[in-house]
Structures are given as C-alpha cells and as structure tokens.
Design a protein around this ligand. Structure first.
Ligand code: ARG
Length: 471
C-alpha cells in the first residue's frame, strides 16, 4: 500500500507526487456533500445486508456510526484533513476511525464514481425545491405589487421608446410569468432526474449490490437508472439544472435592469427602501440600486456555470472520467449565487414605493396613443396601411406644432386628413387605450385581475410541490 489513507494505492510502488495530490484533491466546498454521502452509505449498508456481505448487527453498527458522523459533521466537529482526497475518502476515514475495519466493508459493491454521481444528484434534488420556494417568494412580492397597481397607468416600451400605455401591474406580471415558467422547469427537471445512479459500481453494474431499485426508493428516487454506464457517466441532468438556473438568472437580470431604469432620476418611477439600496463613499446624495446591479452581474456566473459543464462534457467518453468532477463547482456556484440573489431581489421588489402620479404623467409621452388613431381609422373601414400613414402625418403635424394629441381639436384633425373625424378624440386618453385592451392577455384592469387570479392558483400549486420535498 503506497498511499496511506487513500481509497487506492495497492498496485503502486511509490507514493503519489505532491503535485498530483494537490491537483486531485477536491476543493473545500465539495465537502458539503457529506450529508448526502452519509445517507447514501446507510442505504448501501442495507443493500449489502440484503446481499449477505454485512450481518444485521454490522449494518446497525454502521448506520448508527453514520448518523453520529452526520451529527458531528453538521456541528462542525469532524473536518476533512488535507490527506482526504474527496468527500468519500474523508467519510470512510472518519468511519474507520470510529468502527475500525468494519467501516471498510462498506466499499463492497460500489465505487466513488457512483457516489459522486449520486451525491450531487440528491443535493440538486433537494436544492431545486428550496430554490423554487425562493422564486415563489419573489413571485409573492411581484403579485402583491401588481395588486396595488392594477389601475396604475404608465407607458409601455418597445425598443425602450414609448409604445402604448399599459397598467403597471401588467408590466410587473410579465416578469412573474417568466418566473412561473422557471419554476415549472424545475418541477419538470426533478421528474426527469428522479433516477438513482446507485448499483452502477463504477460502470458495469455490481455483482454484489443487485437491488438498486430498493436503495433508489430509500433515497427518494422513483427508481434506478436503466443503464449502469449511463448512470455513472451522464451529467445531462446537471447541465439541465444549470440551464434552468441560468435562465432564471437571465430573467432575474431582466427584472433587475428594469428596476435599475425605474429607479433612475430620469424615470423616477420607484423609490427603493433604504434597507435595499446603498450609498456612495464620496457623493453623499447617492442612493444606488446595488441589488439590481449585483443581480445583473451575477447572472453572468450562472451562464458561465452552464457553459463550463457543457464544455467539460462534450468530449468525454462514457463512463466516469475525472473531468466529470467539474459538475460540482458549477452546481455550487449556481446554487450559492441564486441563494444570495433571490432573497435580495424579493426584498427590493416587496419594499419599493411606486410613484403612481409620476407613472401616469408619462403614460402618453412620445405619442403613445398613436395606435389608437390607427385602430379607430381601421374600424371606420380605412385599410390599416393607410391608417398608419394618416396617423404618421398626424404625429408629424403635432411635432411641427409642438403639441401633444391631448391638445388636438377637430380642426387640427381635419387639416391632416378628412377621414380623421372628431369621434376619434374620446379614444385619445391613456385610460381609453387601456380599457380597450380587454382581451384574455391584455392590459385592461379586468384582464389583469384575471391574470392575477390564474397566476396565484399556479403559484399555490408550485408552492405545494416546493414544500413537498421538505423533511
Ligand atoms: N471526487 C471525484 C468526483 O467528485 C470522484 C472520485 C472518482 N475518482 C476516481 N478516481 N474514480 O467526481
């Protein structure tokens, strides 16, 4: 044995070089998988008992020791030492320290390759629910703000140019719809990822642990993976988790970008709560939307994590290759980022004050009622292409006169085009434009109330799923 404390070494004449040890050692944060590794070891001990490798008494001793190690690990009483190559090596060492050679029996019928695949999958399956709960808390904040602003009217933009009036609730809920799909993707991911890699035993399947379907269910999976090579070598579930995280990050970044704009002095639509804004070290007047900026910035890490795993995966043959360990930094980076960003965004959205009057004052900026004129003409039988031109001429007329649509008289309309009758004038208010958009997904308050009702029902269902994983 030429690698004391390691899980391998018998066939080596020399100890490993320092450079190899340094490269091979898992980064410190990977040891967070200890609880998953210990739970899985208990399930494996029961599998070895079924296989006749352990007696029931030995199994009970191992299970008791594993539970104690978990308790001590969580209390910070057992820590990895530099010689522990990874979390699996660490825990086997601790177990052997406590129960002697019996601890070494647990290695029969499984490989670290299975443990690595399984531990991370279990971890992701737990985290996907807590992250969903964090997204749903943000949804709660968005819906609460939306309910306050079903009748708050403002400009909607395309190309960041005033386009048409919208209700502010409608604009907030556009983000909520994206987050609802993010949670839906999490639920869908979890369903597809509910297959246990255990029993793979490095690649070919175990000649000892013959009932992975039992350990799978004990660990909360729906069943084992169908193919032991795929079980150990596949990481598409990691890439998919990271896509879901990256998409969520991009959606958060887009919301952050809007808050950033709304909070600018030029927009001045919202005032951030002091608890969710920062100051400047030199300019005493500053109150900065740092949460929005940090969220926008951190989304780059989520994209990088997804990209990192896809690049790591693309060239490696089945089954296990050390490259697969790249699955961990990427997963932890994504989880840690979201766990910081989501509560901060939720607090910022929940506490921001919206200046209704300011929003209303900008609702018709930049001729945002022009579509009402063209729509009115087309209802009079004018082909929309001509209605578009006539309305364009009206905009030009107003620009030349330096006035807004609100100042238009019947004589102005007639001067632009005889088809522009005075009956169009009552349509030229933001309130009228909004009320007219009363279809299923429109911005009219009644439509938005329906949207909120359906969204709240969806959020309830999603909360039921996120909560179901607890304990
Ligand atoms: N620590 C590795 C990982 O996280 C698992 C070790 C598998 N090592 C091996 N030589 N087969 O992926």
């Amino acid at each position: 044995m030429n690698n004391a404390g390691a899980l391998w070494g018998g066939r080596f004449k020399k100890a490993p070089s320092e450079a190899l040890v340094d490269l091979s050692r898992s980064p410190a944060e990977y040891f967070r998988l200890a609880p998953e590794d210990l739970r899985s070891s208990a399930a494996h001990a029961r599998e070895l008992t079924r296989a006749g490798i352990l007696t029931s008494e030995e199994c009970a001793d191992i299970e008791r020791a594993l539970a104690e190690v978990e308790r001590d690990f969580l209390a910070g009483l057992v820590l990895p030492i530099p010689a522990d190559e990874d979390v699996h090596t660490f825990l086997e060492r601790v177990l052997k320290d406590r129960i002697g050679a019996l601890g070494g029996k647990l290695r029969a019928g499984r490989s670290r390759n299975d443990q690595a695949a399984n531990d991370l999958k279990l971890h992701l399956r737990t985290k996907v629910r807590t992250l969903a709960a964090d997204v749903l808390a943000l949804q709660g904040a968005l819906v609460a703000q939306a309910k306050e602003h079903v009748e708050t009217i403002t400009t909607g933009f395309t190309h960041l140019q005033p386009a048409q009036p919208v209700t502010f609730a409608h604009q907030l809920l556009a983000h909520a719809q994206g987050f609802a799909r993010d949670v839906d993707r999490m639920i869908d991911w979890d369903r597809r990822s509910a297959r246990s890699p255990l029993g793979g035993a490095a690649l070919a399947g175990s000649a000892i642990a013959l009932h992975p379907e039992l350990s799978a269910v004990e660990l909360g999976y729906e069943g084992p993976c169908e193919n032991s090579i795929d079980a150990i070598g596949a990481r598409d579930h990691v890439a998919e988790f990271l896509f879901v995280a990256a998409m969520l990050g991009v959606n958060l970044s887009r919301l952050a970008e809007e808050v950033f704009l709304w909070n600018s002095k030029q927009f001045a639509w919202v005032e951030l709560d002091d608890g969710y804004a920062t100051g400047s070290s030199i300019m005493p007047q500053k109150k900065n939307p740092d949460i929005a900026e940090l969220t926008r910035g951190r989304s780059s890490r989520l994209i990088a994590a997804l990209q990192g795993v896809l690049v790591a995966l693309k060239g490696i043959p089945f089954a296990y290759n050390r490259d697969l360990a790249e699955d961990k930094w990427a997963s932890f980076e994504a989880i840690d980022t979201l766990e910081l960003v989501l509560p901060a965004m939720t607090g910022m959205i929940a506490t921001m004050e919206v200046d209704r009057d300011r929003l209303r004052s900008q609702a018709t900026l930049g001729f945002s009622l022009a579509t009402e004129v063209a729509d009115w003409l087309s209802r009079q039988g004018v082909p929309f292409s001509e209605a578009h031109d006539i309305t364009g001429a009206l905009v030009r007329y107003c620009e030349a006169k330096g006035c807004d649509f609100a100042a238009l008289q019947a004589s102005d309309l007639a001067a632009v085009d005889p088809r522009l009758g005075p009956d169009v004038l009552p349509h030229l208010t933001a309130e009228a434009a909004i009320a007219a958009r009363s279809g299923y997904n429109g911005t009219a308050p009644a439509s938005v109330r329906g949207q909120i009702e359906r969204l709240e029902a969806l959020i309830d269902r999603q909360n039921g799923w996120a909560g179901a994983g607890e304990g």
